[in-house]
Ligand binder design. Structure first.
Ligand code: GDP
Ligand code: MG
Length: 163
C-alpha cells in the first residue's frame, strides 16, 4: 500500500526544495496530469525503500489578487484532503510567524496526521526556531534541511509506519 504526503506551509520555507529532493530529477513534474492543478504539483517520491506520492502546494508562491490568507486556507485544505499525512514546514531560521500560526490552526482542525518539519535546520542558527516550534501544538518538531538533505533518515522513520 502506498500513501500521499502533502507538503504545506507559507511561501519560501523550502517546500519545493524538499519536493524536488523527494521526487528526484529523473521524474518530470506532472502539472497537466488529470485532477492535478498548477496549484498542487504532484510527483512520485522515493525515500530509501519507501515509494509514495508527494504534493507540493505551489500555488501560494504565485501572485494573485486574492489575499494570501484566503488562498492559503483553500489550497491547504485541498492538499490536506488529498493526503494521508501532511508535512507542515516552517523556516526554523525565521522562527514561528503569524502565518505559520494560521497554518497550524488549519492543520490541527483538519489534518489527521501532521509532521512538523523545521526546515533550514543546518547549523545553530535554527536552534531558537526549533524550540519555538514546540509551541505550535503539533508534536515534536523534526529538524530537516531540504537543501542539504539533513533529517531525511528521521523523516523516513516517521513515514515508514504508514507505508
Ligand atoms: P517554497 O516557497 O516553500 O517552495 O520554498 P523554496 O523551496 O522555493 O525555497 C525557498 C528558499 O529557501 C530558496 O532560496 C531555497 O534555496 C532556500 N532553502 C530551501 N531549503 C533550505 C535549507 O534546508 N536550508 C537553507 N539555508 N535554505 C533553504
Ligand atoms: Mg514552492
Amino acid at each position: 500500500m502506498s500513501f500521499t504526503l502533502a507538503i504545506v506551509g507559507r511561501p519560501n520555507v523550502g517546500k519545493s526544495t524538499l519536493f524536488n529532493r523527494l521526487v528526484g530529477k529523473k521524474i518530470a513534474l506532472v502539472d497537466d496530469q488529470p485532477g492535478v492543478t498548477r496549484d498542487l504539483r504532484e510527483g512520485a517520491a522515493r525515500l530509501g525503500d519507501i515509494e509514495f506520492t508527494v504534493i507540493d502546494t505551489a500555488g501560494l508562491e504565485e501572485a494573485t489578487d486574492e489575499s494570501l490568507q484566503g488562498r492559503m486556507r483553500k489550497l491547504t485544505e485541498r492538499a490536506v484532503d488529498m493526503a494521508d499525512v501532511c508535512l507542515f514546514m516552517i523556516d526554523a531560521r525565521a522562527g514561528v510567524t503569524p502565518t505559520d500560526q494560521l497554518f497550524a490552526e488549519i492543520l490541527r482542525k483538519r489534518a489527521p496526521r501532521v509532521i512538523l518539519g523545521c526546515n533550514k535546520s543546518e547549523g545553530r542558527a535554527a536552534d531558537a526556531g526549533v524550540i519555538e516550534a514546540y509551541g505550535l501544538g503539533l508534536g515534536e518538531p523534526l529538524r530537516i534541511s531540504a537543501e542539504h538533505g539533513e533529517g531525511m533518515s528521521e523523516l523516513y522513520s516517521m513515514l515508514m509506519p504508514i507505508s
